[in-house]
Design a protein around this ligand. Structure first.
Ligand SMILES: [Zn+2]
Length: 585
């Protein structure tokens, strides 16, 4: 037997929602705060202690200690092997499984180097936009599109001069050319390497953790294409990221809603006018992966695309993808035939809210209205039939049976046709997956998970690290931990922290007892306002205490005259006592 490539597992993870899988076995699973709670399927209990964290895609039971990712859940509950669990979920998600002889994919080290190169590029382009005399046209372009300085900063917009200016700067910084090429920043095709982006406005694309994974780039001249994305790389897949999601993630998390738009400029305009919950696919049709990503943070989405025919068609297609993924969807049109960014700049955020979002419709109604408006009057039975089929095709994507039936009834009224005929037609549309089979919990009592020594001090550090797994988190050292479990979890985290599904990868790489400690921390809900600062304070105090214990014996010996006085050491001792609020002796 070979191995399942990590890309396959990643594709499955990004498309399957753990809460949805768990609900089949835990019917009482309910959203509580940002995580789901229900009665554990692995042990008998009256009050729910089984938690699922949708954002991190992990579960943990505080009763019996089991925890893990979606694969671990299926393995345990169905009593199946790892590869079988992956295959089962892959099939469900429509991901083809291929087997390889060896493991492949970007290792953690390579990933880190690629992200470093991309981060350097983003800063380089930003610097060019702000300072380079050659960026005059770029600055004028952004001004003409009414991008504020604040928005330009928030989105870290930049300018790529081209030639080999970026390559030269990157080499000076010591970044290897093959990494730069792999990250899609330079092209090695000609005689000499040259910059991939030439005379373009640069829009850094950041993943949901804030790491720059690629760029969107708009030409300033007549060059084709008008918009160019970074090529796909081990860290960048344009079908799996949403532009603007990270920049507005705090707001999206708070309201659990998002506005899906079409382009970079729409998203920037929306953020600038008070809608930080706006995001967009990267100039391509919305994909199931992007829908699944959005669903983790926002179960409810309003789709607002351009007013032209292409935009409206894309809005319907996007709605269908979102509906299929089980999101609640509204579709809205921008009044007076404008594009969203034009409208926002001309009329402002309040008008956008009142005249666009507030008038949004359920996608079936949105589509039916469009089709009816375009149809020749009076409506012939043939026209009605073709409109009905088109709207029913959209309705068939809805996984919720009740909703499907209600929408069908509504369509019958709108078109003045018989409900029965429509229901028979729905029955014929390839509606996709059948209803999930309920399954009794496994009868076998699981063995309890062994407990590891895991003091709360270590849990506290790890909790804060997990909350901000981004690149800006303060550096932690092995010596900051008291327990072996704490150190092991931290070491495992360091290896996977830059990967998109790091929580799952972390749990996967730990032994059972430590896995349980980690999954317990991961399902916790709650995001402190400033986890970086809190971690800094915690570490400083921890380190001060350790140093204090180290020098205390020497201070005592000095006091007893057994050791020559050392003023510097005594001063350090007093300072440490103050810092840790301990009285000196
Ligand atoms: Zn349990």
């Amino acid at each position: 037997m070979g191995l399942i490539p990590s890309e396959t597992m990643e594709a499955v993870r990004s498309r399957v929602d753990i809460a949805e899988v768990v609900t089949r076995y835990v019917p009482d699973l309910r959203l509580s705060g940002r995580s789901f709670k229900g009665r554990c399927p692995f042990h008998q209990e009256k009050t729910p202690s089984f938690h699922v964290n949708a954002e991190r895609q992990t579960f943990h039971c505080f009763g019996c200690g089991v925890g893990g990712d979606v694969f671990a859940f299926l393995m345990k509950i169905e009593n199946m092997g790892f590869s079988e669990a992956v295959e089962r979920l892959a099939e469900r998600a429509g991901v083809p499984v291929s087997w390889t002889k060896e493991s492949s994919g970007a290792g953690g080290q390579e990933r880190r180097e690629l992200l470093e190169a991309l981060a350097f590029a983003a800063d380089f382009y930003r610097g060019c936009l702000l300072q380079s005399p050659r960026a005059e046209a770029a600055r004028n372009y952004l001004a003409s599109r009414k991008v504020s300085a604040q928005a330009s900063e928030a989105f870290h917009l930049g300018y790529a001069p081209g030639g080999s200016e970026f390559h030269a700067a990157a080499q000076k910084k010591g970044l290897a050319s093959d990494m730069l090429s792999k990250a899609g920043l330079i092209s090695m095709k000609g005689e000499r390497p040259r910059d991939y982006f030439f005379d373009r406005v640069m829009y850094p694309i950041r993943d949901a953790k804030g790491a720059t994974v690629g760029f969107g780039a708009r030409t300033l001249g007549d060059g084709e294409p008008k918009y160019l994305n970074s090529p796909e790389s081990p860290v960048f897949s344009k079908s799996r990221v949403l532009y603007g999601l990270w920049e507005g993630l705090n707001a999206v998390r708070r309201v659990r809603k998002a506005v899906l738009m079409e382009g970079y400029m729409d998203v920037i305009a929306a953020h600038q006018h008070g809608f930080p919950i706006a995001c967009a696919p990267l100039g391509t049709a919305l994909t199931p992966d992007q829908a699944a990503l959005l669903k983790r943070y926002a179960p409810s989405v309003a789709v607002v695309f351009d007013s032209d025919k292409a935009g409206q068609t894309a809005a319907i297609r996007g709605s269908a993808v979102l509906l299929t993924a089980g999101l609640s969807v509204r579709a809205a049109a921008v009044p007076s035939g404008k594009d969203p960014d034009e409208f926002l700049h001309q009329f402002g955020g309040q008008a956008f809210k009142d005249e666009c979002l507030a008038k949004s419709e359920s996608p079936d109604q949105f589509l039916a209205r469009k089709l009816l408006a375009a149809a020749p009057k009076p409506l012939t039975p043939e026209t009605k039939s073709s409109i009905a089929k088109e709207v029913l095709a959209l309705i068939s994507k809805v996984p919720d049976e009740i909703l499907k039936s209600e929408w069908t009834k509504r369509l019958a009224k709108t078109l003045d046709v018989s409900e029965d005929a429509l229901f028979r037609e729905v029955g014929r549309t390839p509606a996709g997956r059948g209803a999930p089979q309920a399954r009794p919990a496994p009868a076998a009592a699981p063995k309890a998970v062994p407990a590891a020594f895991f003091p709360s001090e270590d849990a506290q550090i790890l909790r804060l690290i997990f909350e901000n797994a981004g690149p800006s988190a303060p550096a932690v050292a092995e010596s900051d931990f008291i327990s072996e479990a704490g150190r092991n979890i931290w070491r495992a985290f360091e290896r996977v922290r830059s990967e998109p599904s790091w929580p799952a990868r972390l749990l996967e790489s730990l032994e059972e007892a430590e896995q349980s400690c980690a999954s317990g921390l991961l399902v916790e809900d709650g995001k402190s306002a400033d986890s970086d600062k809190a971690l800094e304070v915690l570490l400083a105090r921890r380190r001060a205490l350790r140093r204090l214990r180290e020098i205390e014996p020497q201070i005592r010996e000095m006091g007893a005259g057994k050791r020559p006085k050392d003023a510097a050491l005594q001063e350090e001792y007093l300072r440490l006592c103050l810092a840790t609020k301990r009285r000196g002796n």
